[in-house]
Design a protein around this ligand. Structure first.
Ligand code: NAD
Ligand code: MG
Length: 399
């Protein structure tokens, strides 16, 4: 007898991760059934996905987008129920019939639906790293309490997950782990001087050398805040203290991260930089499934290089380590200030090198507090956004 198909919810279906997820899913119609899809406003793309995968539910960001999606779907008779707004996202993330939720909304907007999936005990494929950065203790508590299975999609964390023992019990000592080596490409400005960094444009920042990604994470890669967020993400996923997480610059993005053990062994996961590998790993887990990814040709690549990160030119990485050490609301404040600063940079309203200044000033201004609940996290996020907007207005663009 063939096993029943896994019922999948894809949050953020129209984004880079969402599209790659549906690409892997389309290779395995016998294994997966798409139960629900969501998108903020790319209604045309979502409509195409609905026609192709025939989900029972589709969620968009506004009533107008919902009306337009309904109009587009009417002739095709998909029977998809169209809903709008945050509560609808939480609803599809926790549908009783859903097995697996791909959390691929970008930014803080993904927190509530990701948390709803955790509370409902789903298997969560987590791409939305900001949720973990903002609300690490709250999110992990819900995952554990509801026996949710949490599989990282971020390529580095997926690599670490693969390089840790299969029965890893969230204790580095017990597993004999000395360090986690988190690799970073260094982004498009790895070799650029401080002076030239002052002048870079959003399009330059979004032209990543190895990965094609959404614009927010592309800017995060250029400032190296992405690696900072990933240090915090690794802390929560693997219960690793900051001093055991070391960032190593590896420009080719072939080694996706490594785990060093007490005996000196270093276990790494390698592959082409293609997000379909970690997505397929998590979708198939514990089995391995075809992902459509080119085989790795090491002889063509020839050389793998490694460097230490430069905390002077890329202060965002240092700010993230500091926020992790401070704990409490600091990571949520860091994340919110970063989202505000990146949006301002992408809109042409803030110079690139002022992104870390907005974040540092916001962290200095917002008083430190414990976070014990979602309300605490959302309060920190809200205050930090207000303060960060004031700093954006004050700093603006370089003349
Ligand atoms: P993207 O911008 O390409 O897509 C984001 C998706 O989220 C879209 O479907 C969009 O409609 C939806 N969305 C945006 N704002 C929303 C809101 N306010 N409410 C509801 N939905 C909203 O982003 P992406 O590159 O696919 O990244 C998604 C997440 O995955 C991010 O957290 C990112 O850090 C993480 N991630 C991405 C990659 C990658 O290769 N793209 C790699 C690792 C981790
Ligand atoms: Mg990553």
């Amino acid at each position: 007898m063939t096993p029943p198909r896994q019922k999948l919810v894809v949050l953020g279906a129209t984004g880079s991760i969402g599209v790659n997820t549906l690409d892997v899913v389309s290779r395995h119609p016998d294994r997966y059934e798409v139960l629900a899809l969501s998108a903020q406003n790319k209604v045309d793309r979502l409509a195409e996905q609905c026609v192709r995968f025939r989900p029972r539910y589709a969620v968009v960001g506004s009533d107008e987008a919902a009306a337009s999606l309904e109009g587009l779907l009417r002739p095709s008779g998909t029977g998809t129920v169209v809903l709008a707004g945050m509560e609808a996202l939480e609803r599809i993330a926790s549908l009783p019939e859903a097995d697996t939720v791909m959390a691929a909304i970008v930014g803080a907007a993904g927190l509530r639906p990701s948390l709803a999936a955790a509370r409902a005990g789903k298997k969560i494929l987590l791409a939305n790293k900001e949720a973990l950065v903002m609300a690490g203790p709250v999110f992990m508590k819900e995952v554990q309490r509801n026996r949710s299975i949490l599989l990282p999609i971020d390529s580095e964390h997926n690599a670490i997950y693969q390089s840790l023992p299969r029965d890893y019990s969230s204790n580095l000592e017990i597993s004999g782990v000395r360090r986690i080596l988190l690799t970073a490409s260094g982004g498009p400005f790895r070799q650029m001087s401080q002076e030239s960094l002052e002048q870079v444009t959003p399009d330059q920042a979004c032209a990543h050398p190895n990965w094609v990604m959404g614009r927010k994470i592309s800017v995060d890669s250029a400032t190296m805040m992405n690696k900072g967020l990933e240090v915090i993400e690794a802390h929560w996923l693997f219960n690793a203290p900051p001093e055991r997480i070391e960032v190593v610059i590896h420009p080719q993005s072939v080694i996706h991260s490594m785990v060093e053990y007490a005996d000196g062994s270093v276990i790494a996961q390698l592959g082409n930089p293609d997000m379909r590998t970690p997505i397929a790993y998590a979708l198939g887990f514990p089995e391995r499934i075809e992902a459509g990814v080119e085989p790795l040709d090491l002889c063509r690549i020839g050389t793998l290089n490694f460097e230490r990160p430069d905390f002077q030119r890329f202060p965002c990485l240092r700010l993230a380590y500091e926020a992790l050490s401070e704990g409490g609301n600091a990571p949520a404040v860091l994340n919110a200030a970063n989202e505000v600063a990146v949006e301002a940079f992408l809109g042409g309203n803030l110079g690139f090198t002022r992104i870390p200044r907005v974040i540092a000033q916001t962290l200095a201004d917002v008083p430190w507090k414990e976070v014990g609940s979602m309300e605490d996290v959302l309060a920190a996020d809200g205050v930090a956004r207000e303060v960060a907007r004031l700093h954006v207005a004050g700093l603006g663009h370089p003349a």
